[in-house]
Design a protein around this ligand. Structure first.
Ligand code: 26W
Length: 844
């Protein structure tokens, strides 16, 4: 790329000063025709929805562009503090419908489209999901960005532009089969490449110690194999406020040296291989959400993200502040989404010392006051550790810095607890042993001014357990920020029928002030309102039933109770407990004992990490049970079971509107927060759940009488594990005994002998950490209450309304407000010029 500037003196016109584009049906229609014909080159013989989608996306993108530029100008002019949200995952889903909603042009656009015989829903369905995340942590990042843009906070996301996102899941013979998700195969109009902001990332090589002109010791990281990071910017529109924030995603590209090498060495294939290796870095998202298997490529990805993002921020700072770093810490904050980007701690030290010539103390002061770390998991196997050996080869300069951070830190520990060697060993950033490891969480804690968990219980457990020593040392660093979801996507966009009904009764302020939903409380007993509430739910259940019919070939009847568990498949989330309950229901119906029950459709969905055998086997069990149950005439419509393949953001939009019952049944103390639980609640589903993660706060908000609680508490579970005896529990419970007998008899695997043995053994094992057998009885008992309650539709509607009404706390607007008040302290910065026709209510 040639970086020559064009002449731009003070008398030259500002090329970005253009009249705002129209948001009315006529302007939208004209632009649509322009793109369809002149830009995409299609004619009347082409009837492919795909091109209509592309043309429409370009029309919408133009409207975002002008606001985007104005937002950048506003932030630049204000010289305000900014936060950078560093995350290896952003699970954005689709952009079109969200942009249309946030621009407030749904009604005008509907007019435009109907004039040309097109339908919004059909076109929106053409867009592939941007599946650049595994699950909760990635989707949370996406919701955060939406809320920051809506609150007009100067927050920018930094992530990786994976060529392949989360794999597509097929079910073949009941088994999960993974297929690569080449989501960038088609044109992606929701990104703007900005090669002029490319960064150079170093790998390998070694440190060289030199004395600079002042005689001070300086370090140079030399002989490296560099990779270019090229940014692609994605617009993040706020809700009808003229603000469009930025998500900057990095793509790895080989440097020009690779091409030169090719010429000079004559080793053509070798040099192509090297080029490939460089570009591998951003090829694929790691599909694991709990166990880190120490893959070198993953560490490369992590450093690549951290280094590119920090250099980008630093470069802009040096240009705008004439190389003065004295205000850097006051004006910049990096929020680390789990430990994945935590190389940033050492990388910022490197940039400040090696590139900007600061001394250790100055550099450390800046680093320690700009980094903030969020923990998202209590599972020990999910805590990232990297072999020192691997660090040494890949990032030798960073390892030196980490050793120095650790040495100074351990000195502090020794001063605070003199002679407590054991504690120093426990707290060391370097874990000693045959294969020494870098503990990334400890690096993140030591290098940050804030450490937060994602729900009250989770934050408390971090302080008492995992990070106890650190909490004792620095109690003031620790805080809680309960998660949320954006009501724009998870209610206004995904559930238009319910949104309309709600707005009709309480106005539409809830879209930016979710607490307003509490005004629905007074309507909970109104029979007329209950009736309309139920009609909306039925309509949404129809929609969900169509999805299940199309993707699973199973018939769900909207009169039945829709009982839904969708999330990653993991033993701690206990899909197994749910399917055991299904088997129990099946067994009861078969035995003619179905008195107090109600027709039930049980829906499962979620991906298993490709290497997680037990999770994959649980999927197989669910599918085998489903096949048997759904094809048994004696069961009929009493019970239906389906596993929806390829659970993703766009599927959740349909699922959460159509659910009656939300399954949040993790072993207490294991789910950090959960956010699916919030999406369901907001859409009027009742929760059956344990006292885990944010379930506790959901129950607090909605009241215990409107929440189906079961199971051991965290402390009880802890105690139970000390002398856990599932065999006795099974023997003492007829229902569970029969379920186990059915499983053991091979009833669900008639021609696949023994395949479920590992599951049977896990349930019977005294070492089952998830305590499935222990919670079975109370789960079944509470499911009975659910079935009974569902028979009284008025009661049920009432509880459903009260759930939505109590959802106010679980908006990411609140979460972001809390982060901002207690961690970031950013000003709200309105966009420079709000285009004339963008006032809220324009769409009414
Ligand atoms: C293998 C590396 C790895 C380890 C952990 C990848 C991803 C993770 C994440 C921490 C897993 C995750 O998504 N955690 C979820 O984060 C959500 C948002 O805070 C919470 O609501 C969920 O409870 C938590 O499981």
């Amino acid at each position: 790329m040639n970086y020559t500037h064009f002449r731009n003196g003070s008398s030259c016109p500002d090329l970005t000063e253009i009249p705002p584009l129209g948001l009315d049906a006529a302007a939208l229609g004209q632009d649509f025709r322009h793109y369809y014909t002149n830009n995409l080159g299609r004619d009347r013989n082409c009837r492919l929805s795909h091109y209509a989608y592309e043309a429409l996306a370009l029309v919408i993108r133009d409207r975002l562009m002008e606001r985007w530029t104005q937002t950048r100008y506003a932030y630049d002019n204000s010289g305000c503090k900014r936060t950078y949200y560093l995350s290896m995952e952003f699970l954005m889903g689709r952009a079109l419908g969200n942009a249309v909603l946030n621009l407030g042009i749904e009604d005008e656009l509907t007019k435009t489209l109907s004039n040309i015989c097109l339908e919004m829903e059909e076109l929106a369905d053409m867009e592939p999901d941007a599946g650049l995340g595994n699950g909760g942590l990635g989707r949370l990042a996406a919701c955060f960005l939406d809320s920051c843009a809506t609150l007009q906070l100067p927050v920018q996301g930094y992530g990786i532009r994976y060529e392949y996102g989360m794999f597509r899941q097929h079910i073949v013979d009941g088994y999960q089969v993974e297929e690569p998700d080449h989501w960038l195969g088609a044109e992606n109009c929701w990104e703007v490449k900005r090669p002029e902001y490319s960064q150079r990332i170093k790998f390998g090589g070694h440190s060289e110690f030199i004395a600079d002109v002042t005689g001070r010791r300086r370090v140079r990281w030399v002989n490296t194999r560099d990779v270019l990071a090229v940014p692609y910017d994605v617009p993040i529109p706020g809700y009808r406020n003229g603000t469009v924030n930025t998500l900057r995603l990095w793509k790895a590209v080989a440097t020009e040296e690779f091409d030169l090498d090719e010429f000079n060495s004559g080793d053509y294939t070798g040099s192509v291989a090297a080029k490939n290796e460089a570009e591998q870095i951003t090829m694929v998202l790691y599909p694991n959400d709990s166990s880190e298997n120490g893959k070198e490529l993953r560490l490369r990805q992590q450093y690549f993200l951290a280094s590119a993002s920090l250099q980008d921020v630093m470069n802009r700072w040096l240009i705008t502040e004439q190389a003065d770093l004295s205000q850097f810490a006051e004006k910049n904050c990096f929020q680390l989404n789990d430990t994945h980007p935590s190389c940033a701690v050492a990388e910022l030290m490197r940039l400040l010392m090696d590139e900007q010539s600061l001394g250790w103390n100055e550099a450390w002061e800046i680093t320690r006051s700009t980094m903030a770390y969020t923990n998202h998991t209590l599972l020990p196997e999910a805590l990232e550790r990297w072999p020192v050996r691997m660090f040494q080869l890949l990032l030798p300069r960073l390892l030196e810095i980490i050793y120095e951070i650790n040495a100074r830190f351990l000195k502090q520990v020794a001063e605070r607890w003199p002679g407590d060697i054991e504690r120093q060993r426990r707290m060391s950033i370097i874990e000693e042993g045959p294969e020494p490891q870098v503990r990334m969480a400890y690096l993140a804690i030591v290098g940050s001014f804030s450490v937060n968990g994602v729900a009250e219980l989770h934050s408390q457990l971090l302080q008492e357990g995992l990070f106890r020593d650190f909490y004792e040392l620095w109690p003031e660093k620790f805080n809680n920020k309960t998660n949320g979801v954006t009501q724009r996507r998870w209610l206004a966009y995904s559930n238009p029928e319910l949104s309309r009904l709600i707005s009709e009764k309480i106005g539409h302020e809830w879209v930016t002030d979710l607490g307003q939903l509490s005004r629905l409380r007074s309507l909970a007993d109104d029979p007329e309102f209950q009736h309309r509430w139920q009609q909306v739910k039925e309509y949404n259940k129809q929609r969900l039933a169509e999805l299940v019919r199309a993707d699973c070939g199973v018939d769900f009847h909207p009169q039945a109770l829709f009982d839904v568990q969708v999330k990653r498949i993991h033993e701690y989330k206990r899909q197994l407990l749910n399917i055991l309950h299904v088997i129990h229901l099946y067994d009861r119906i078969k035995r003619g004992d179905n008195g107090a029950s109600v027709p039930r459709c049980v829906l499962f969905g979620g991906k298993a990490a490709p290497g997680y055998a037990m999770a994959k086997l649980i999927i197989k069990l669910i599918n085998n049970v489903a096949t048997l149950v759904n094809n048994d005439p004696a069961i009929g419509d009493q019970l239906k079971v389906a596993f929806l393949p390829n659970f993703r953001v766009s599927a959740m939009e349909v699922i959460c509107s159509g659910a009656d019952l939300s399954e949040q049944i993790s072993t207490a103390g294991k789910e950090a927060s959960g956010t699916g639980n919030m999406k369901f609640m907001l859409n009027g589903a009742l929760t059956i759940g344990t006292l885990d993660g944010a379930n506790i706060e959901i129950r607090e908000e909605v009241g215990e009488e409107n929440f189906y609680l079961f199971g051991l508490t965290t402390e009880e579970a802890e105690k139970q594990r000390q002398n856990y005896d599932p065999q006795t529990i099974i023997a003492a419970n007829d229902d569970l005994m029969r379920v186990m007998q059915l499983l053991q008899s091979g009833h669900f695997n008639q021609f696949e002998a023994g395949i479920f043995d590992p599951i049977i053994e896990a349930i019977r094992s005294p070492h089952d950490p998830w305590l499935v057998a222990a919670d079975f009885a109370s789960y079944v008992a509470v499911q009975k209450q659910v079935a009974q309650a569902y028979q009284d539709q008025r009661q049920w509607n009432r509880m459903s309304i009260l759930n939505t009404a109590a959802g106010g706390k679980f908006s990411t607007d609140r979460t972001m407000h809390d982060y901002n008040e207690q961690i970031w302290q950013l000003p709200q910065v309105p966009a420079l010029t709000v285009p004339r026709d963008l006032s809220d209510g324009a769409a009414d």
